[in-house]
Design a protein around this ligand. Structure first.
Ligand SMILES: Cc1cc2nc3c(=O)[nH]c(=O)nc-3n(C[C@H](O)[C@H](O)[C@H](O)COP(=O)(O)O)c2cc1C
Length: 191
């Protein structure tokens, strides 16, 4: 199966990339894994124009940047892993722009006609941060859950790696968490 991973860190070889690579290695035995690094792509913030809400069967965004290409890869993938460093208790700005742009994947939110172009897709969240989980990396997990509900996607794992310093200091805890994340994606794909 095809798994898409999205790196939301501006540091291509940082902590988030390091743990994401562990996850990808766990999955690559059985699956095709493709990584997109948002920082090498152009993803503007949502304009809030609402034009996309008139288009239900494709991402109807008016902006001609890389977001729609990312969404097309997401739609084609069997599972999507979102990864981000924790920035001020939330996603990096680069990942937040992509999250906001999910608006164009969803129509009829809050009505009986709620539709999403990523409905039922297994998703996972991977976060690295310098501090603890409690009272620090809780908001980002709530946001992710809500975005998945909004997109009718299936959040199968939310992983936070706390107390990160440098990528070479990532240890057995990170490796075990990466294994668990990969296992949860595998479990969802077997269903
Ligand atoms: C702008 C900025 C904001 C940050 N905010 C937080 C934060 O709110 N909580 C935290 O624990 N760590 C915070 N950090 C630390 C990063 O989350 C942490 O170093 C992370 O592992 C960096 O990932 P990377 O190496 O992939 O860039 C922040 C770092 C930066 C640069």
């Amino acid at each position: 199966m095809n798994i898409l991973t999205i790196l939301g860190s501006p540091r291509k070889n940082g902590n988030t990339a390091g743990v994401l690579e562990m996850v990808e290695k766990e999955l690559s035995d059985r699956h095709q894994v493709e990584r997109l690094a948002i920082c090498s792509m152009k993803v503007n913030g949502c304009l809030g124009c609402g034009a996309c809400q008139k288009v239900a069967d494709q991402p109807g965004c008016v902006q001609k940047d890389d977001a729609v290409a990312i969404f097309e890869r997401m739609m084609a993938a069997d599972a999507v892993i979102y990864s981000s460093p924790l920035y001020c208790w939330d996603f990096s700005a680069q990942m937040k722009a992509l999250i906001d742009r999910h608006f164009c994947l969803v129509t009829g939110y809050g009505t009986a006609n709620h539709r999403s172009l990523i409905a039922d897709k297994p998703t996972a969240l991977l976060v690295t941060c310098g501090g603890p989980v409690k009272g620090n990396a809780d908001v980002i997990q709530t946001v992710f859950s809500r975005v998945c509900q909004y997109g009718k996607a299936r959040a199968v794992n939310k992983t936070v790696i706390p107390f990160c310093t440098t990528p070479d200091a990532l240890g057995e805890d990170a490796r075990a968490a990466a294994r668990k994340l990969a296992g949860d994606i595998n479990g969802a794909l077997r269903q």
